[in-house]
Design a protein around this ligand. Structure first.
Ligand code: GLC
Length: 435
């Protein structure tokens, strides 16, 4: 991890919580964004969705308001996913939203609307492309036409694809204003690093967007980190790691043990792209607690929504985000700017920390006063409940006398009985420490 990467990611590690938006033609078959590969759909057949795509209810301003209301500080939308369809007005293809019924540059509208809400913005761009004729097929492990005899002897010019891919990235970084994040996806097998002409790509990107932060998937994926987790990151290692659907048990460090920036990417149900039958949503409580877990391990969380074919974010996602937003509204101070706590994880929840302030995220009702494990009585200046600013009185009493190294706070009048916690999702206590 070098100094430049740390500088660039400073805002990102402060902001902690973002929105991922996976949207494209796959919203029509409505079974996730891998459907073209999973069902081995030929290009011509999949293009039917291109002719149908008409998101009449797309209202990016309402998405941006929701994002902000949820307490998210940044958003990243798919400019192109693996199916190759572009949500922007690329001069290099007609397979794009401006040429579909939609007739709109969805990327530009997304960026304008989110920036107008004061949110940071980023674009996801798939390195894979199942629509481009020069992308490998027969021997590729992901391509819809993998193992298809018709493609066994096909001659392709992969460099032509790379020119196209680099050209599109150039369009995005040069024609859409300041981008805060670029989210490339993903490397596999030998399709990795210089196979993408990654050094050249990064140089080009940085010439237009010197401050943009880039994920690690020009050589990584959900399966591997690439060199970002080593002491000698390559020029295309990216600025942050991107664990997928898993929170790294111990956060993330390089070989010297220094923390590296990372962002958990997670779905709200079990799909990135809209899936009409997937109702297995995480509860707001789970999302809040997983966000807290990420922060307590020094990471971010980018939580996905998959808008439908009409351009609406599913109602269930909206409801969950609004509930998460109510928590964030009152407790944001325990998330933004916070990170790993010097104090070990307490058994009733988690600690996050910002300088001399520790935030206790209490999930479990204590029996009696709450022990602030790892924090001595002399170090506590003041404890308040973050949601309402109410002061908590100290809970040391005759029955805590045997534990003189632990500070206790009372969550109610009678310290020997248990109480329902004021916020069952996460009751946050702000503990101001003296030096
Ligand atoms: C995976 C999937 C992809 C998704 C991404 C998000 O790599 O291929 O569909 O966009 O993860 O992290």
């Amino acid at each position: 991890m070098n100094q430049e990467m740390l500088e660039r990611t400073r805002w990102f590690m402060n902001d902690r919580f973002g929105m991922f938006i996976h949207w494209g033609l796959y919203a029509i078959p409505a079974a996730g964004e891998w459907i073209m590969s999973e069902r081995r759909i030929p290009v011509k057949q999949y293009e039917e969705y291109f002719h149908q795509f008409d998101p009449v209810d797309f209202d990016p301003a309402s998405w941006a308001r929701l994002c902000k209301k949820a307490g998210m500080k940044y958003a990243v939308m798919t400019a192109k996913h693996h199916d190759g369809f572009c949500l922007f007005d690329s001069a290099l293809t007609d397979y794009k939203s401006t040429a579909a019924k939609a007739g709109r540059d969805l990327v530009r509208e997304f960026l304008d609307a989110f920036r107008a809400e004061g949110l940071k913005v980023g674009l996801y761009y798939s390195l894979l492309d199942w629509h481009h004729p020069d992308y490998p097929k027969y021997n590729d492990i992901n391509h819809p036409m993998r193992g298809n005899e018709a493609y066994r002897n096909e001659v392709i010019d992969f460099d032509r694809y790379l020119d196209y891919m680099h050209g599109q990235v150039r369009e995005l970084v040069s024609g859409y204003g300041k981008l805060d994040i670029l989210w490339f996806d993903f490397s596999y097998d030998d399709m990795c690093g210089e196979k993408w002409r990654a050094a050249e790509l990064i140089r080009m990107v940085r010439s237009y967007q010197p401050d943009v932060i880039i994920d690690n998937r020009l050589e990584g994926s959900g399966e591997k980190n690439g060199s970002i987790a080593t002491d000698h990151p390559s020029v295309f290692s990216g600025d942050f790691a991107s664990p997928e659907q898993i929170i790294p048990p111990q956060g993330m460090q390089d070989e010297s043990g220094l923390p590296i920036p990372w962002e958990l990417c997670a779905t709200m149900n079990n799909h990135w792209g809209y899936c009409s039958w997937d109702s297995l949503y995480k509860t707001p409580q789970t999302i809040i607690r997983k966000l807290v877990e990420c922060v307590s391990k020094g990471g971010n969380m980018i939580l996905n929504v998959g808008p439908d074919a009409k351009g609406r974010i599913p109602d269930e996602s909206v409801k969950i985000l609004e509930k998460v937003g109510r928590f964030m509204d009152r407790n944001r101070e325990s998330i933004y700017g916070c990170g790993i706590s010097k104090t070990a994880k307490p058994e009733w929840g988690r600690y996050t920390q910002n300088g001399d302030t520790v935030y206790a995220h209490v999930y479990e009702t204590p029996l009696g006063a709450l022990p602030l494990y790892g924090i001595g009585p002399d170090r506590v200046k003041r404890v308040t409940r973050l949601a309402d600013g109410s002061e908590l009185i100290r809970g040391e009493a005759w029955n805590t006398a045997m534990y003189p190294d632990i500070a206790f706070v009372s969550l109610g009048d009678n310290p020997v009985f248990s109480y329902p916690l004021p916020d069952e999702d996460d009751t946050v206590l702000k503990i101001e420490l003296s030096l």
